[in-house]
Design a binder for this molecule. Structure first.
Ligand code: NAD
Length: 421
C-alpha cells in the first residue's frame, strides 16, 4: 500500500529538488530556497469577553526576498502549523515570480477556529498578531493579505494597528483592505476572476471552450464563490458545489441544469449552508468527486484530492483554486490518466496580482477604476499562462513542472546577479 506524504513542506521541497535537477542548476540553488529565510513564532495573549486570558500561537514565514519584499496572506485556522506556513510562503515566492510582480514570498497564520470567537475577541487577536510582528512588517519589508478565514475587516484592524504602532500612514503594508480604507477595487473577487481567466486559457489550448462546459467547485469561501461566479459570467455551467460544516463535515449540492451562483451566494450568506437551495439536491462526497464534469475546481484547503478519492475523478481538467489541493500521489495518478492540471502557483495568482496593484496604488496615492484593475489582471495572468505554457512545450512536461521551472529559473538568475551564490 502506498503511504502518502501529506506534509506540504516536504512535498514542495521534493518538487524544488526535482526542478533544480531538470534545469541542471547547482545544489546551492536548492539549499537557498528549500527553507524560508526567516520564520517567527509568536504567542499572542487575548483578553476574552469573560475576563480570562487565552494565549494563541501565531507564525510569520518570510521565504525569499530576491525579487522584492515578501508578500502573502494570513490564515486563521485550527489546523495551522509551522510546516504548512513555511510551505505556503515558498509557494508565494514562486507565484510572484510567475506573475511577474516584484515580490518574494511570505505567509502567516494563527492556530484558532475564529468561529469560536466573538467579534471583539477576533479584533483583539488580529491586533495582537500585529503588535508582536510589526517590526518585521512594512511596505518594503513584508506585506500580508487575507487568506483562509481572514477578510477585509480583519486586515483593516491589522493595518490600523500597524499604523498606530509604527506612527506611519503606510497603508501599503497590508493588502486586501476595504476599498474605503485605501483598498483596491476588484481585490475581493480577484483570485476567483483569475481562476476563471486561467481556466478559459487552458480550455482554449485544449481546443475546448468555457461555453456550456460543466464545472464542480469544492469550497465556497472567498476563492470558490468568486471563481464560480466569474466562471458562470464567462459562460460556464457550475453544476455542483461542495462545502464543509462544523458538525456535518463535507456536503455537496448538485443541479444538472446549472446553479444560479449569484442567488447561491446570497442564500449561503443568509442561511450559512448550501443545503436546501432551490432546484438543487444533496449528493454524497463520493458522488461529488465522481461527477463526469469537464472541470473540477478544488478551492478549499491542502490535500483535498488524495489517494482516497483520486481514482473517482472523471473531470477532464482540474484548476487548482486552493494552495496545494492535490497530493503528489494524486498528481501522479492524474498525470498517468491524462487529466490536465493547471497548478495553484499559476491558477490562483490573480489575488496577489491585484494585491500588487493595491500596493502600487497606495504608494502612488492614485486610485484606479474597477475596469482598469480587471483589464490589467487579465493582461498579467494571460502573460503568466503563456510563459508557463511555452515552458511546458519546450520541456515536454505538464503545467505544474513547467510552472516550477519558470519560477525557479527566474529566481536562480536573479540570485546570481545579486551575488548570493
Ligand atoms: P475561505 O476561508 O474564504 O474559504 C474556504 C472555504 O472552504 C470555507 O467556506 C470552508 O467552509 C470550505 N471548506 C473547508 N474545508 C472544506 C472541505 N474539506 N470541503 C469543502 N469545503 C471546505 O478561504 P479562501 O480565501 O477562499 O481560500 C481557499 C484556498 O485558496 C486556500 O487554499 C487559500 O490559501 C487559497 N488562496 C486564497 C487567496 C485569497 O485571495 N483569499 C488567494 C490565493 C489562494
Amino acid at each position: 500500500m502506498t503511504v502518502e506524504e501529506l506534509n506540504p513542506l516536504k512535498n514542495v521541497q521534493k518538487i524544488i529538488k526535482e526542478t533544480c535537477k531538470n534545469l541542471n542548476l547547482s545544489e546551492s540553488i536548492y539549499k537557498l530556497i528549500k527553507e524560508p529565510d526567516r520564520v517567527i513564532e509568536v504567542n499572542i495573549p487575548v483578553k476574552m469577553d469573560d475576563g480570562s486570558i487565552e494565549v494563541f500561537k501565531g507564525y510569520r514565514s518570510q521565504h525569499n526576498n530576491t525579487l522584492g519584499p515578501t508578500k502573502g496572506g494570513i490564515r486563521f485556522h485550527q489546523g495551522v502549523n509551522l510546516d504548512e506556513v513555511k510551505a505556503l510562503s515558498i509557494w508565494m515566492t514562486f507565484k510572484c515570480a510567475i506573475a511577474n510582480i516584484p515580490f518574494g514570498g511570505g505567509k502567516g497564520g494563527i492556530i484558532v477556529d475564529p468561529k469560536t470567537l466573538s467579534k471583539g475577541e477576533l479584533e483583539r487577536l488580529s491586533r495582537g498578531y500585529v503588535e508582536k510582528l510589526y517590526e518585521v512588517l512594512g511596505e518594503d519589508l513584508d506585506i500580508p493579505a487575507p487568506d483562509v478565514n481572514t477578510n477585509a475587516q480583519i486586515i483593516a484592524w491589522m493595518a490600523d494597528e500597524y499604523n498606530k504602532l509604527s506612527r506611519e500612514n503606510a497603508w501599503g503594508t497590508f493588502t486586501g483592505k476595504p476599498v474605503v480604507l485605501n483598498g483596491s477595487k476588484g481585490r475581493s473577487e480577484a483570485t476567483g476572476l483569475g481562476i476563471a481567466i486561467v481556466l478559459k486559457e487552458a480550455l482554449k489550448k485544449l481546443n475546448k471552450s468555457l461555453n456550456n462546459s460543466s464545472i464542480a467547485v469544492q469550497g465556497f469561501g472567498n476563492v470558490g464563490s468568486n471563481a464560480a461566479l466569474c466562471i458562470e459570467n464567462l459562460g460556464g455551467k457550475v453544476v455542483s458545489v461542495a462545502e464543509w460544516h462544523r458538525e456535518k463535515g463535507f456536503y455537496a449540492i448538485h443541479d444538472e441544469r446549472g446553479l444560479n451562483i449569484e442567488k447561491l451566494i446570497s442564500y449561503f450568506n443568509e442561511k450559512g449552508t448550501l443545503l436546501g437551495f432551490a432546484g438543487s439536491s444533496e449528493i454524497k462526497e463520493e458522488e461529488f468527486w465522481s461527477l463526469p464534469v469537464d472541470v473540477l475546481v478544488p478551492a478549499a484547503l491542502e490535500n483535498s484530492i488524495n489517494i482516497n478519492n483520486v481514482d473517482l475523478i472523471k473531470a477532464k481538467l482540474i484548476c487548482e483554486g486552493a494552495n496545494g489541493p492535490l497530493t503528489p500521489v494524486a498528481d501522479d495518478i492524474l498525470k498517468r490518466k491524462g487529466i490536465e492540471v493547471t497548478p495553484d502557483i499559476l491558477t490562483n495568482a490573480g489575488g496577489v496580482i491585484v494585491s500588487y496593484f493595491e500596493w502600487v496604488q497606495n504608494l502612488d496615492n492614485y486610485y484606479w477604476n474597477e475596469e482598469h484593475v480587471k483589464e490589467k489582471e487579465e493582461e498579467f495572468l494571460v502573460d503568466a499562462f503563456n510563459n508557463v505554457w511555452s515552458m511546458k512545450e519546450k520541456f515536454n512536461c505538464n503545467m505544474r513542472n513547467a510552472a516550477y521551472m519558470y519560477a525557479i529559473k527566474k529566481l536562480a538568475e536573479a540570485m546570481k546577479y545579486r551575488g548570493w551564490y
